[in-house]
Design a protein around this ligand. Structure first.
Ligand SMILES: Nc1nc2c(ncn2[C@@H]2O[C@H](COP(=O)(O)OP(=O)(O)OP(=O)(O)O)[C@@H](O)[C@H]2O)c(=O)[nH]1
Ligand SMILES: [Mg+2]
Length: 455
């Protein structure tokens, strides 16, 4: 069981740092209302502890006889709150000093500063949400496009939890059947039990495989497609980055070797988030700084989900261009021939390439279409399938898959039933890791530590 101290009352600033209309200090725990009450002075003299749940009160936060800020205080009583504990939210003026001063006063009165993600962690520990939903909260906050957010919202509403629960329940039924067969051998028709288990296991395996297949898409919507613009110097890579961003982000000159550092930004292509990376043009060079840049380009090419391989249509194919083609082997690649506005000298006969002119803004829409086609935006749009995301979930699914495959192997080889229940149990537990039912405390801590403060 998790040894987590849930008896503390915790507090944090829940809004972003910086200036804004309002700032929110959130308090959660059994002392939340009493603690806020000791700082709150309303014009009518009303006390927060007399308040009904889910009510907002106007007043001042007063500490050591000094008014710290004029505020609105929301009182939400357990269990219908974000954490399932008593929660008070103090709406302050949105300046950094105002919110921190109110937080300081709350801490002074005995609250403990919350760790990152601790409010959500309490929601999980108190059973309001499972781990897939907690992770969805972080994904909503970090969503790069509306589509990414839609997917995370579906997960928050329990789409993935429901699928996992369904598979786990079926496994549990099979385990119960095996138990019964062992306890009452006289009632058992052994061949029937075996065939039923084999069928059930195959069904579970199919579902697990389907979820694994969504992992790539899930990751892409979470982190963006890692898209590397690759090409020899001066072909127009930085110009393309600027065109896609619609701003002059990277330096463009007609001097080959302009870009040395990696420039990385997010763009949205029809709902698909692209983490687009401009690199140093690849060539042999004696310049120490440029050399480092070229090395980085090579290693980025190896990690990329998608390479935009760019050639200059106005010059002939060079040995550098040929080296580049070898870097893209086995990678999803879109070949771009730039500078279509100039006289064309490049001959790339057998290649499926898109001709563009970044300078004249010609052909870029075809690049967008190609990306959408490659990453199946349409499919995602039309499917209600739960997507998994994150290496953690993927690893648990692979564990479950392995155990289920072991079950089939055992049944086919007519091995003793002991193995079957052992492997079914292992699959059941691996799947439980995804929802957080069977997960070690330190792993759970790590998941929540990646949240932002105040959530
Ligand atoms: N005529 C023409 N010139 C272009 C086009 N796109 C880019 N250029 C020019 O090509 C030159 C090089 O552009 P960059 O975007 O800096 O090229 P790069 O590939 O980033 O070069 P490095 O950073 O040196 O690797 C600049 O003078 C651009 O204005 C185009 O479509 N047509
Ligand atoms: Mg450049």
């Amino acid at each position: 069981m998790l040894k987590v101290n849930l008896s503390d009352t915790i507090a944090a600033i829940s809004t972003a740092t910086g200036s804004g209309g309002i700032g929110i200090v959130r308090i959660s725990g059994s002392q939340a209302i009493e603690l806020a009450d000791s700082l709150f002075v309303s014009p009518s003299g009303k006390r927060l502890k007399e308040s009904r749940s889910h009510m907002i009160h106007y007043g001042n936060i007063v500490c050591d006889d000094k008014i710290i800020d004029e505020v609105l205080v929301t009182v939400m009583k357990a269990p219908n709150t974000y954490t399932r504990e008593d929660v008070v939210e103090i709406n302050t003026h949105g300046g950094f000093r105002a919110v921190t001063a109110v937080l300081d006063a709350v801490i002074k009165k005995g609250a403990r500063l919350a760790e990152p993600g601790e409010f959500t962690k309490r929601a999980f520990l108190n059973g309001r949400i499972d781990l897939t939903q907690a992770e969805a909260v972080a994904d909503i906050i970090n969503a790069k496009t509306d589509k990414s957010r839609d997917i995370a919202i579906a997960r928050l509403k329990g789409s993935l939890s429901a699928e996992i629960k369904d598979i786990r329940e079926n496994i549990l039924t099979m385990l119960a059947n095996i138990e019964a067969a062992i306890a009452y051998p006289e009632h058992d028709d052994e061949t029937m039990t075996r065939s039923m288990i084999e069928k059930g296991t195959r069904e579970a395996l199919e579902k697990v495989d389907r979820l694994i297949a969504t992992a790539d898409m899930g990751r892409i919507y979470r982190e963006g497609i890692k898209t590397v613009i690759l090409g020899k110097p001066n072909v127009g890579k930085s110009s393309l980055l600027n065109a896609l961003l619609e701003e002059d982000r990277a330096i463009v000159t007609d001097i080959p070797g302009t870009t040395r550092d990696v420039v990385s930004e997010f763009i949205n292509v029809g709902g698909i988030p692209l983490n687009i990376i401009d690199t140093a043009g690849i060539r042999d060079t004696d310049n120490v700084i440029e050399k480092i840049g070229v090395e980085r380009s090579r290693s980025l090419a190896r990690e990329a989900d998608l390479i935009l391989l760019m050639f200059d249509g106005s010059s002939r194919l060079s040995s550098e261009d040929r080296e580049l083609m070898s870097l893209t082997k086995g990678k999803r690649t879109i070949v771009l021939i730039n500078k279509l506005d100039l006289e064309q000298k490049l001959d790339l006969r057998d290649m499926d390439a898109i001709g563009i002119s970044v300078k004249n803004n010609v052909g870029i829409y075809r690049l967008y279409d190609k990306i959408k086609e490659m990453f199946g935006a349409g499919d995602i749009e039309n499917s209600n399938e739960a997507l998994i995301s994150g290496e953690r979930n993927k690893a648990s699914l692979h564990k479950a898959k392995q155990s289920l495959e072991n079950v089939i192997e055992t049944l086919e080889g007519s091995m003793p039933e002991d193995f079957v229940s052992m492997d079914l149990t292992a699959a059941y537990e691996a799947l439980g890791e995804i929802t957080g039912e069977t997960l070690e405390e330190d792993i759970i801590d790590k998941i929540f530590s990646e949240f932002c403060l105040g959530k």
